[in-house]
Design a protein around this ligand. Sequence first.
Ligand SMILES: C[S@@+](CC[C@H](N)C(=O)[O-])C[C@H]1O[C@@H](n2cnc3c(N)ncnc32)[C@H](O)[C@@H]1O
Length: 170
Amino acid sequence: MFKNDRFKYLIDYKKHVKIAKKRLDALGDLDGKKILDLGTGAGYLPYLAKKRGAIVMGVNPEWEEFYDYITEDLGVKTLKHTIAPLEALPFTASDKWDIITAYQCCFHKLGDGRKWGVLDWQMFLNRIFNKHLVLRGLLVIQINHPEVLERALIDTTIRHKWSGNTVRIG
Ligand SMILES: C[S@@+](CC[C@H](N)C(=O)[O-])C[C@H]1O[C@@H](n2cnc3c(N)ncnc32)[C@H](O)[C@@H]1O
């Protein structure tokens, strides 16, 4: 069980399944699709995506162990990795994904508490599009800090380079 009561909300299974189902419905047919869920948290999305025929992997930082209680319970395997603007994801060139998702994330927990700025997002997103997403793949990012959303994201030059792929940012 959680050592910290603050995280009890994560075991509200019904609530989280409902949220994950809604997210997956918006992604279309998942049968046979390769999905990478960055900052997967408790892992409800990978758990349900697998049931819909997807080949799915969740990523959580190595230092946030409290999610492990639920991911293990759900049988979801997570890759332990801290996402940072300058660091490549630990995959080979042939590891490409049809859909990459990141819900309620902004990857700000890098140790220094710094929130990413425009350049950080540009580097991260360019890498995702150039290395990790198939052509005409889908990237869905749902930022959980309004301040980050306001400060950062999309500049039309980058959007242009991404033609062929789709990005939904909310
Ligand atoms: C608010 S939770 C959202 C979890 C899940 N996506 C959801 O919607 O329920 C934020 C997630 O981002 C992860 N996270 C924060 N900073 C990260 C980083 N630098 N690299 C990887 N994951 C990070 C946290 O561990 C957590 O799993």
